[in-house]
Design a protein around this ligand. Structure first.
Ligand SMILES: [Zn+2]
Ligand SMILES: [Zn+2]
Length: 151
């Protein structure tokens, strides 16, 4: 965990390694949100029972390699554009179209693409702070107990 007052600077890459990115959160700033999402759309898009998503101001996220490999998909009438690596299929980021967060343009990324060492010592500000659409959760109670420590 970085000391207070330090920039947070982490790197990530897709499954094939063709796309790399960095996230730079300046000292005194924080993500817009960090959460697990349990909704049907995210489960289908990521082929997973839940996913961890972190939203940051657009200027804090930068593709450092493989921009040409990126493709995006947005459902008709939906602002959410899910951007993925066209070589390996890893989801890289979500773009939000005209949506603004506190008046700012933002993107979302997935901490499970960060370097392995970062994932095992996840900086506190990137850790999930909630469970979005938990009522749509498909994980069984016993698994939830293990993951979330619920009574
Ligand atoms: Zn890839
Ligand atoms: Zn979702």
């Amino acid at each position: 965990m970085p000391a207070a007052g330090k920039d947070l600077h982490v790197h990530g890459h897709c499954y094939c390694g063709g796309v790399t990115f960095e996230v730079m959160i300046p000292a005194g700033s924080a993500p817009v949100f960090s959460t697990y999402c349990h909704c049907d759309s995210c489960r289908r898009a990521h082929a997973a029972p839940l996913y961890h998503v972190v939203c940051v101001e657009e200027a804090m996220f930068r593709i450092t390699q493989g921009e040409h490999l990126l493709k995006g998909y947005a459902r008709t009438g939906n602002q959410l554009n899910r951007v993925f690596c066209s070589t390996c299929g890893s989801k890289i980021m979500n773009r939000f179209g005209d949506l603004r967060f506190d008046g700012k343009s933002a993107v979302a990324f997935f901490p499970n693409l960060l370097e392995e060492a970062t994932q095992h010592a996840m900086p506190d500000m990137l850790r999930p702070k909630g469970n979005y659409l938990a009522e749509e959760c498909v994980l069984e109670r016993g698994v939830l107990n293990q993951i979330f420590g619920l009574a």
